[in-house]
Design a protein around this ligand. Structure first.
Ligand code: SF4
Length: 155
């Protein structure tokens, strides 16, 4: 089992199900005041006798940091296409974390793009073909930071 999964499973096993909120707060306080990443207070730590890092003289090398995650940058342009009182909504079919969710028409561009570039893209033409339209508005740029990617874009 990968280390991350093992730790998650162990953490869940140890979690007080009845007092999860208090338990989680206590763990965070313990990490902030006693078992700190820099200079943990092992000499006065109540868990010293059960601590694998302390007993094996590995406090200074644990936890081993995983390699920094390389974040990708993506540019999403959502087309809020309105016809009379209806708005075009599409289902996401791509196999990713948003699969089967619904969204405004998404045109993903390889880089920051102007409205005109989005309109000129093949992805836009594939969805809208030769439909006549009028661009009423272009929103400000929004940013959503996720663990593995940063998404920027407009509506
Ligand atoms: S003894 Fe272990 S649990 Fe306690 S502060 Fe040191 S490293 Fe953390």
């Amino acid at each position: 089992m990968p280390v991350g999964k093992k730790l998650t499973s162990l953490a869940y096993e140890l979690l007080s199900k009845k007092n999860a909120a208090i338990y989680n707060q206590a763990i965070m306080d313990f990490g902030a005041t006693v078992c700190k990443p820099q200079l943990p207070l092992c000499a006065s730590c109540p868990l010293q006798k059960k601590c694998g890092a302390f007993l094996n003289n590995k406090v200074s090398i644990l936890p081993i940091k995983e390699k920094a995650i390389k974040k990708t940058q993506r540019w999403f342009y959502y087309i809020v296409a309105q016809y009379k009182n209806e708005v075009y909504i599409q289902e996401r079919l791509q196999k990713d974390i948003w699969q089967n969710l619904h969204q405004f028409v998404l045109i993903e561009m390889p880089e920051k793009s102007s409205v005109q570039s989005v309109i000129n893209s093949n992805a836009f033409k594939t969805v809208f073909g030769s439909i006549k339209y009028n661009v009423a508005e272009n929103s400000k740029e929004y940013t959503q930071i996720l663990s593995h990617q940063t998404i920027r874009g407009n509506f």
